[in-house]
Design a protein around this ligand. Structure first.
Ligand SMILES: Nc1ncnc2c1ncn2[C@@H]1O[C@H](COP(=O)(O)OP(=O)(O)OP(=O)(O)O)[C@@H](O)[C@H]1O
Length: 267
């Protein structure tokens, strides 16, 4: 298998607890090109977070490798920054400081103080948060916290941005607004992104490809769907677009027909 920008090759994952071994992932193979936006969708518990955690280096694969930009992933690193569903800001630091702490850690030796300050502000400006620089996490809304988390992840200039249900805890309107912001930022920065989602519309709207996982145990990639919709994408215009709806139906069919059958036959 030749390498792409990000290659997941023959990855298996078993969790061993006491005498029992739980085969969670089997034969995960995926190649992601630089600048691609990939979503991973699948039923709860199939192993989506496990895949992302292996790419993040937070978990080791039992077999197989992850190669990013020619280097094997071994342990966590700032070139693979992660945003979680439940914002993980440090509550005692301000919005500015939450991003600055990451910037100082990653670029402390290579950027001067003024340059670091400018970079923190640049990233907070990308997510429209410069009005709240000196507020603390408990003084801002859930959507604002997620924006700061995204700014913090982007500020590390990751080679791949890993989003674990980043909009999952938000109300529908805030979620839509933040999805639009992420699409705008993606258009501007052309990041390589892997995002876990349970939301079919979110997957189709944001992605270049949707990776659909089979049910566990021993979950694997069932189908990969190319989303060939021009960008920038407008959610309202797409609601009536036949191609958009065809993609949507393909994902729904996978999740609720094909994977339900697997569940029944396994029972
Ligand atoms: N540290 C661990 N030790 C043992 N089993 C684990 C561990 N982490 C995850 N698992 C198991 O691996 C399976 C996949 O979990 P994972 O969190 O990756 O699924 P998921 O698809 O992300 O789920 P959800 O959509 O509900 O977040 C589950 O059966 C889970 O119980």
């Amino acid at each position: 298998m030749s390498n792409s920008y990000l290659t997941i090759e023959q990855v298996n994952k078993r969790f061993n607890t006491g005498k029992t071994s739980n085969d969670v992932l089997r034969d995960i193979n995926l190649k992601i090109e630089r600048g691609e936006y990939i979503s991973i969708i699948g039923h709860s518990g199939c192993g989506k977070s496990t895949v992302l955690n292996i790419v993040a280096g937070l978990l080791d694969a039992s077999d197989g490798v992850v190669i990013l930009d020619g280097k094997e992933v071994k342990g966590p690193g700032p070139e693979r920054s992660m945003v979680f569903q439940n914002h993980s800001l440090l509550p005692w630091l301000t919005v500015y400081e939450n991003v600055a702490i990451a910037v100082n850690k990653v670029f402390g030796s290579s950027m001067g103080k003024a340059e670091r300050d400018e970079w923190v502000r640049y990233n907070l400006n990308l997510v429209n948060m410069t009005h709240a620089l000196h507020q603390r996490p408990d003084e801002i809304s859930g959507g604002m916290k997620q924006r700061v988390g995204i700014a913090r992840a982007l500020s590390m200039q990751p080679k791949v941005l890993l989003l674990d249900e980043p909009f999952g805890a938000l109300d529908a309107l805030t979620r839509a607004h933040l999805q639009d912001e992420v699409m705008r930022i993606q258009n501007e920065l052309k990041n390589t992104v892997m995002m876990i989602t349970h939301d079919v519309d979110e997957a189709v709207l944001l992605s270049d490809r949707i990776v659909m996982m089979t049910n566990g145990p021993a979950a694997t990639i069932g189908e990969v769907l190319d989303i060939d919709l021009p960008r920038p994408r407008d959610r309202i215009a797409l609601a009536d677009d036949p191609t958009y709806n065809r993609y949507r139906q393909a994902v729904l069919r996978f999740l609720y027909e094909k994977q339900r059958k697997v569940e029944k036959s396994a029972a």
